[in-house]
Design a protein around this ligand. Structure first.
Ligand code: CMC
Length: 425
């Protein structure tokens, strides 16, 4: 039996039967019966904007899969670059495909000297690295004008490689600039995470040797952050991409959406919150404040997960492994106490608020020496591959330009009054 719903227009008595396909009903069938009657759905709470075969989330069960592979398996067995390939092209690469992909990424990590010397170094000394990253990604568009040729497969591939390869270089350059350290050129003999850590931390040594546990931790965090279906930044990528803008400016827009504290800025907000709480003894008082409406418990809650975010479980485990190398982040105890108190409190239980990926990731980044302002940047590096996978998918489906409707609630028509005739309200 086909599952369907029937909608009746009570003004005319006319009905339309709309099939339920893959858990969704088509708005086109609705529009045939009710032209000009829009779904009013602020923040797309109940709208599936697209069909996608990249990432699957079951928010009630706490399941996340990339291209069908459980996130837990990818986090324990794969690498970020392999996952980036999987997201982009739909299958895990063969050895030959992967070695070609790695080679390409490794050999596109350098940025044009003008991007660094003239552009990045033109920022004010205390510029937020996320602002620098967003602007520099957009600026890349001007260095690669052929990127406008979005339907040329080879050119499109080249831009994808450049973006995944260059975003870590720009990210590290933004950090080095903000702390007054000289820029470190990419090292083609290092792995993707080792190279990033080298560009971040290298000082006078001939070659920076990242601690293997920390390099692996960064790689796993990159895997966990690589995609998350139609989140705010990915939706932004698809919306900008739908106008056929080039992938650099589309990625810059996506990165701008990621900057906000409700999205990629949340891990920074978590650490600020834990620092302001100060001690485990203050946790109950803080939770009382949250329940009374004085701010949110940062790193808790999710639009889709109404269960423990599967990424948060893995991040919590990584935290312990990282702290074996770096020493324990003193904020961990406050975080654990907060989690314990919140998960046994009716307010959080009834609203199904659980720790999300950002609750523990900030503690790891801080223990590894990253300044708070770099946290959203660390999110943007791997999410670049997710954004691009969605961009490719959207182009392959030849979608229309994103252009929602609105429900107008403003003034009816009125006549212009010359300024001298206007009275104060
Ligand atoms: N602390 C306290 N109360 C909360 C929280 C929180 N973190 N999150 C949601 N609530 C309450 C909210 O006040 C509301 O209560 P009521 O029904 O009484 O008005 C209810 O739970 C539903 O909240 P909502 O704002 O309607 O939920 P949403 O789906 O619009 O928001 C969210 C999702 C992630 C923006 C929100 O949970 C939040 O602000 N969390 C804190 C920021 C955060 O950790 N963001 C990272 C998200 S995960 C990383 C990513 O994907 O980018």
């Amino acid at each position: 039996m086909t599952e369907s719903i029937t909608v009746t227009d009570n003004r005319t008595g006319e009905s339309v039967e709309i099939p339920i396909m893959n858990g969704a009903v088509s708005s086109t069938a609705w529009a045939k019966l009710l032209p000009g009657i829009w779904f009013h759905d602020p923040a797309f709470m109940n709208t599936a904007e697209c069909e996608s075969s990249i990432t699957y989330i079951d928010g009630d069960a706490g399941i996340l899969r990339y291209r069908g592979y459980p996130i837990e398996e990818l986090a324990s067995k794969s690498t970020y670059l392999e996952v980036a390939y999987l997201l982009l092209y739909g299958e895990l690469p063969t050895e030959a495909q992967f070695s070609q992909f790695k080679h390409e990424i490794t050999h596109h990590t350098f940025i044009h000297e003008n991007v660094r010397k003239r552009f990045l170094e033109g920022f004010h000394y205390d510029a937020h690295p996320m602002g620098m990253l967003v602007s520099a990604i957009a600026a890349l568009s001007t260095f690669y004008p052929d990127a406008k040729d979005i339907f040329d497969e080879d050119r499109g591939h080249e831009q994808i490689i450049r973006l995944i390869a260059k975003v870590p270089t720009i990210a590290a350059a933004a950090h080095r600039f903000s702390v007054g350290m000289p820029f470190v050129y990419p090292d083609n003999d290092l792995s993707f995470p080792e190279n990033f850590l080298s560009m971040m931390w290298k000082t006078a040594e001939p070659r920076f040797a990242a601690n293997p546990k920390l390099a692996r931790a960064i790689d796993v965090l990159f895997i966990l952050h690589a995609d998350h279906e139609q989140n705010c930044s990915t939706t932004t990528m698809r919306v900008i991409g739908s106008s056929h803008a080039d992938p650099y400016v589309a990625c810059a827009g996506a990165a701008a959406a990621l900057y906000g504290p409700r999205h990629g800025g949340a891990n920074e907000a978590v650490v600020r919150m834990l620092s302001s709480i100060g001690s485990m003894d203050n946790v109950p008082e803080f939770i009382r404040g949250v329940k009374a409406g004085n701010g949110r418990l940062q790193g808790f809650g999710h639009r889709v997960y109404k269960n423990y975010d599967p990424r948060a479980k893995i991040v919590r485990q990584i935290a312990y492994e990282v702290f074996e190398v770096t020493g324990k982040n003193p904020l961990l105890d406050i975080a654990l106490k907060l989690e314990e108190v919140a998960l046994s409190d009716e307010y959080f239980i009834s609203r199904k608020l659980y720790p999300n990926v950002d609750f523990y990731s900030g503690l790891i980044y801080q223990a590894m020496g990253f300044p708070l302002t770099m946290f959203p940047v660390l999110f943007a590096i791997p999410r670049t591959s997710g954004w691009l996978a969605h961009w490719l998918e959207m182009l392959s489906m030849n979608t229309k330009i994103a252009r929602p409707r609105q429900v107008y609630t403003g003034s009816p028509e009125r006549s212009y009054l010359p300024i001298e005739q206007r009275k104060p309200e």
